[in-house]
Design a protein around this ligand. Structure first.
Ligand code: UD1
Ligand code: CA
Length: 490
């Protein structure tokens, strides 16, 4: 067993210290095989960019300050998409291979020029395009590497279909690895090896940068392959070992759209399983799209083809019927969402009934037991407890009290072409069907609006407002018209 040389390490075999660990995430590639104008790592699976999954997992292992994301293709877009996490970025302006990515990171990981004076004992390398890896597995890889006193440790997996992955060539027995052979240069015999290189590694930090310049571009793609470090270390008589995951699903990459959809399906199904476990019923779970951060209470029933997105939180005993799309919204207990309801950035009180086909735009607040029915569109409104707007209505910038009835076809005219204005409807108001309320306007408590009124002025409490032309009836008019018509045809 050869111990890797450690330049400034204070650890001694008798008092093993926790190694100082950096995580490098390779995310500079273009993703040619996707045929996309967007960088590969920004494609979404499970409702967020592939890279965001990898960073979130890395953050469970080391703090953001020790995470270095290597970006290159569309670097600004990638940086912007994940900047909030507080990780470091390393620019790999020309992408000359995975080995080159780590060469470019030398200054960030071991430089002193940029003020951070980092000296990492261990560098864990993750692939920015393999998002299912778990923190547990990364920790196992790291601990195994330390235990084995290895210079390089690869995470491997046995795949039924290893096509496209680097194959692991082990020494005759034990954990030691001789080299990694990429698909395009593998012999027919090597292609039969089912143990693949996952693209996740742990390196002895100083040793990596002592030897990385030995990589060459003498391969099918003319790139520096990080995988070749296995052979480089092996020839330098450094210890290269491999640890195999028990769950091969964790290491799958996303080089093609088909692979990406496979990963997405795995994540979605895992989320559904987690919710089923927590007491939620989901019919035909493979038809539902539920993002990772969504919470759902027990005994809630989710029908087929429902989408629950972003930070949506749904209470207990709700029923979410088919084709509803709910994003970043909070629903209380016992809420019924009928088919085809669309909801964004909204809040719904317990026992409310929504849909079918209600469109709740951002800022909709529905009180306890209130109803919004078919073809009702809302935006920035407060609907008080027990109030109802059941049919064909637009309510925008409106505050509605409790026990209000909004008749079919009511429209709040909130926009004058330049500015938005508010409508206030106090408790117990009855708005007759087909009324237009021209904002700014206020309807006082308990007032009645006669059907088909066009309300342009405030209505005091308990009043009846009629704002429509009076009906006139011309007796016998229709009969006379018919008779005149007959006369003409004779
Ligand atoms: C790589 C491995 C392969 C392994 C597989 C696992 C190499 C040469 N091969 O192949 O053995 O089985 O991962 O998924 O490493 N990247 C950069 N800069 C570059 C090139 C790539 O940052 O110059 C990034 C990519 O954005 C990607 C990751 O590195 O996130 C892996 O690159 P990719 O081209 O997908 O490698 P694979 O062909 O999958
Ligand atoms: Ca890949």
């Amino acid at each position: 067993m050869v111990k890797a040389p450690k330049t400034k390490s204070k650890s001694s075999p008798s008092t093993p210290q926790r190694p100082h660990i950096a995580i490098a995430i390779m995310a500079a590639g273009k993703g040619t095989r996707l045929k996309s104008k967007h960088p590969k790592v920004l494609h979404e699976i499970g409702g967020k960019p592939i890279l965001a999954h990898v960073i979130a997992t890395a953050q469970k292992v080391v703090p953001a300050q020790d995470i270095f994301v290597i970006i290159g293709h569309e670097a600004d877009r990638v940086r912007e998409a994940v900047a909030r996490t507080g990780v470091n970025f390393v620019l790999q302006a020309a992408q000359r291979g995975t080995g080159h990515a780590l060469m470019v990171a030398r200054e960030a990981l071991f430089g002193s020029g940029n003020g951070n004076n980092n000296e990492y004992d261990q560098v864990i390398v993750l692939s920015g395009d393999a998002p299912l890896i778990t923190a547990d597995t990364i920790k196992k890889l790291s601990a195994f590497h330390t235990d084995q006193r290895a210079t390089m440790t690869l995470l491997t997996a046995d795949l039924d279909d290893p096509y496209g992955y680097g194959r692991v060539i082990r020494k005759s027995r034990g954990a030691e690895v001789q080299e990694i052979v990429e698909e395009e240069s593998a012999t027919a015999r090597q292609k039969k090896i089912r143990e693949i290189n996952s693209g996740f590694y742990a390196f002895d930090g100083p040793a990596l940068y002592e030897h990385i310049d030995r990589l060459s571009t003498a391969n099918a793609h003319g790139e520096y392959y990080l995988t070749d470090m296995a052979g480089v270390f092996h020839r330098a008589r450094k210890r290269v070992v491999a640890i195999k995951t028990s769950d091969a699903g964790e290491v799958l990459g996303s080089n093609t759209r088909a692979e990406m959809m496979d990963l997405d399906a795995r994540l979605r199904l895992a989320k559904c399983r987690e919710l089923l476990e927590q007491g939620v019923t989901i019919f035909y779970p493979h038809t539902c799209v539920i993002d990772g951060d969504v919470e759902v209470g027990a005994d809630t029933v989710i029908e087929p083809f429902v989408q629950l997105l972003g930070h949506t939180k749904i209470g207990a005993d709700c029923r979410i019927r088919s084709y509803s799309v709910i994003g970043n919204s909070v629903l209380g207990d016992r809420v019924t969402v009928k088919p085809g309801t669309i909801m964004e950035d909204s809040r719904v009180g317990a026992g409310a009934v929504l849909g079918p086909y209600t469109h709740m735009r951002p800022g909709t607040e529905v009180g306890e037991g209130a109803h919004l029915g078919n073809f009702v569109e809302t935006k920035k409104i407060k609907l008080g407890r027990g109030s109802k707007a059941n049919h064909l209505t637009y309510l925008g910038d409106t505050e509605i009290g409790e026990g209000v009835n909004i008749g079919a076809g009511t429209i709040t005219c909130n926009y004058d072409g330049a500015n938005k204005h508010r409508t206030i409807i106090e408790d117990g108001v009855f708005v007759g069907s087909d009324s237009t309320l021209v904002a700014p306007v206020k309807i006082g408590r308990g007032a009645y609006i006669a059907a088909a009124s066009c309300i342009t002025e405030d209505v005091p409490a308990d009043a009846l407002a009629l704002a429509r032309s009076r009906q006139s009836v011309k007796e016998g008019w229709a009969r006379l018209k018919r008779e005149a018509h007959k006369e003409k045809r004779r």
